[in-house]
Every structure is written in structure tokens, then in C-alpha cells.
Design a protein around this ligand. Structure first.
Ligand SMILES: NC(=O)c1ccc[n+]([C@@H]2O[C@H](COP(=O)([O-])OP(=O)(O)OC[C@H]3O[C@@H](n4cnc5c(N)ncnc54)[C@H](OP(=O)(O)O)[C@@H]3O)[C@@H](O)[C@H]2O)c1
Length: 322
């Protein structure tokens, strides 16, 4: 495996250190030719981004029946990349749980991608508060079975994240070790707010930044036609309007807006990993990896100062209620 160029942190307390960058599967592998997917996987490992989020988009608001996970699995096998050189993160949905049990969801997801285990997984968001004791038990059963090593949560309300941590601690089980939250130059309420803040500060949780370009808006200034992540707080128009300023600041650092966005996320000490979508090799190659990592490593404080006024979600609640 290539020598890391950026300090790695564990995603789970006491766990193995992970690459600082991760590639998402939503609307990515199914939007590129297969040889490009193979090349992207190989290059990601070289560029400190050998961490892949693998989800089967088949439920609730994501009943898209996408083949992106299958295509990722095929490309991964064709890439020849060693399993031990990458981190694979699965996804469990709560939309139809417990009607659709976690074990069935996970086995189906593994089977589709041709995998035998995930290193970690994210338990998704929900409409109705889940039965937390059962949820923690069910995830721990997967850990006991060796199907996954650890787990994290996605945009959960802080009260439910704390409940999961408490239930797990009381029972001597594994609680969530990281929070995948929407986070970027323009959207900071949950990741930097006072609800999750104490859990990041005391090391209970690490942060996985996601949706960092707001589906691409903060990389290109254009709002994509395809479906992108939920607009919590209805601030997307303001985010799009912010792009010229983000581009101006990025230019001042001699990087692309996308690289600036990643560097911003990495410069938060709570961040263990930045998850973003790349639908072409060039997006990783030329724009993100090397530039963003060097910028965060050498000029993190300056980046934060330069975009200090760019948060547009100050009215959005930090506790995840919306
Ligand atoms: N926690 C949450 O609420 C949440 C929400 C959404 C997604 N996610 C997770 O986060 C992952 C990433 O999310 P996402 O892909 O929807 O959003 P994203 O990372 O904010 O945006 C990805 C898109 O930005 C564009 N882009 C990326 N790099 C670029 C570059 N260097 N130059 C120009 N354009 C660039 C590409 O658009 P084009 O492909 O159009 O070129 C790419 O598909 C998903 O796979 C999912 O796992 C989480």
C-alpha cells in the first residue's frame, strides 16, 4: 500500500486508522464506464481515499433500485486492490426496520457487491424514532457474527444518538463510534453545534463529513438535475449563491472549490474522514486528493479563517430536529 500523505485517524475509538477521504456510491459508479471505475478505485487507494461507502439504494426515500453497489463490487474485483488495503462501509436502512431485519439487509448488500464483510457501517436516518435497545442488539449481532466491525449513525437526532450510546454502555455492547453528518463550508449546524460538540470533544464519536459539496453545488456552482441529499433548513439557494465567494477563496489558495471544501472539513479536529462523491477519475485526481490534503495539513487554520463567514445554516438546529 502507498505511504499515506496525510495523518490518519481511527473512525472508532481504539480502532484502526482510516484514510482521510472516502468515496460515496450514490450516483457515482453507475454514472461512469466500468474501466473508469476500476481506475478510480486503484487511484483512490494511492491518494488516501481507499475508503468506500457501499449502499444498496432500495428503501424509503431511496427506493431507487440503483445498481451502483453491484458495479462497485465488479470494479473492485477487477481492480486487483487488496481487501486489507481498503475500508468498506455498509449501510443499513431504518425505513422498513424491523420489518426488513438488519441481517437480511446486510447479507443482501454484501451479496450484491460480492463481499463477505464490511469494516464498518452507517445506520441511516428515520421518520419514527427506532426501538433503541433492539437496534443496538441487532447491530451487535452483526458484529458478533463477524459481518461488520463497528458502526456509526447518519444525521440522527442527538437524543437518539445519546440513547444508543447509553443503551450500549449499560449492556456492555458496541455503541456508535462515529456520526456521518452533513458538513461543509456552508452547512455546519450539526457538525459544529453544541449538540454533537461534546461527544466529538471527549472522543466518544468521530465525525464523518458527508454531502460536503451539497451534491456538487459547491464544486461547480451548478445545481444538478439528478437527486441530491435533503436540504435541511431550506438553505440550498443560499448555498448556491455562495459559490462565487467559495471559488474566490479557493483561487486565493490556488486550489479548486472542491479541494477547498474538503480541506475545510479536514481542518475540524473532530473529522476522521470526509466522504464525497466523484463520478469521474479526474474529480479525484486533479481536484481533490493531493491539493485538499496538502492544504488541510499545512494551512487548515487559514482555510477556516477565510471561509468563516460562509456558514448559511445558522438558523438550522444543531440537535438534528427539523
Ligand atoms: N449524510 C447525508 O445527509 C448524506 C446526504 C447525501 C449523501 N450522503 C453520502 O455522501 C456521499 C456523497 O454525497 P453526494 O455524492 O451526494 O454529494 P457530494 O459529495 O456533495 O457531491 C458529489 C458530486 O459533486 C461533483 N463533484 C465532486 N467533485 C468535483 C470536482 N472536483 N469538480 C467538479 N465537480 C465535482 C460531482 O458531480 P457530477 O457527478 O454531477 O459531476 C459529484 O457527483 C453519498 O454517496 C452518500 O453516501 C450523505
Amino acid at each position: 500500500m502507498p505511504t499515506p500523505t496525510y495523518p490518519r485517524k481511527p473512525l472508532a475509538r481504539g480502532g484502526a486508522a482510516v484514510p482521510p477521504l472516502a468515496l460515496g456510491s450514490w450516483n457515482t459508479w453507475d454514472r461512469m464506464p466500468s474501466d473508469e471505475a476500476v481506475a478510480l478505485i486503484r487511484r483512490a487507494v494511492e491518494l488516501d481515499a481507499g475508503f468506500f461507502d457501499v449502499a444498496y439504494y432500495n428503501m424509503g426515500p431511496h427506493a431507487e433500485n440503483s445498481r451502483t453497489d453491484i458495479l462497485f463490487g465488479e470494479a473492485l474485483r477487477a481492480s486487483g486492490v487488496a481487501r486489507d488495503d481498503i475500508v468498506l462501509c455498509g449501510k443499513l436502512w431504518l425505513w422498513d426496520w424491523p420489518g426488513q431485519p438488519f441481517r437480511g439487509q446486510l447479507l443482501e448488500s454484501l451479496q450484491r457487491a460480492g463481499l463477505d464483510r464490511f469494516d464498518t457501517l452507517v445506520v441511516g436516518d428515520y421518520m419514527v424514532a427506532p426501538d433503541m435497545a433492539r437496534l443496538v442488539d441487532d447491530v451487535n449481532a452483526l458484529i458478533d457474527e463477524g459481518l461488520v466491525g463497528s458502526w456509526g449513525i447518519n444525521n440522527w437526532r442527538i437524543e437518539h444518538t445519546r440513547e444508543a450510546l447509553d443503551v450500549a454502555a449499560r449492556r456492555g455492547l458496541a455503541g456508535p463510534s462515529f456520526a456521518q453528518l452533513k458538513y461543509g463550508i456552508a452547512r455546519r449546524a450539526m457538525a459544529e453545534g453544541d449538540a454533537y460538540g461534546p461527544l466529538f470533544a471527549d472522543g466518544t464519536l468521530t465525525l464523518q463529513a458527508s454531502d460536503v459539496f451539497e451534491g456538487g453545488i459547491l464544486a461547480t456552482g451548478r445545481v444538478p438535475q439528478r437527486k441530491i441529499g435533503a436540504d435541511v433548513g431550506g438553505v440550498r439557494e443560499q448555498i448556491a449563491a455562495l459559490f462565487p465567494e467559495v471559488a474566490r477563496v479557493a483561487d486565493g489558495f490556488g486550489v479548486t472549490p472542491a479541494a477547498l471544501g474538503i480541506a475545510f472539513c479536514l481542518s475540524n479536529p473532530a473529522t476522521a474522514n470526509v466522504l464525497f462523491g466523484a463520478s469521474r477519475l479526474a474529480q479525484l485526481e486533479q481536484n481533490h486528493a493531493a491539493l485538499a490534503l496538502a492544504l488541510a495539513r499545512d494551512h487548515g487554520a487559514e482555510v477556516r479563517a477565510a471561509v468563516a463567514d460562509c456558514a448559511v445554516d445558522r438558523e438550522v438546529r444543531a440537535d438534528g430536529v427539523w
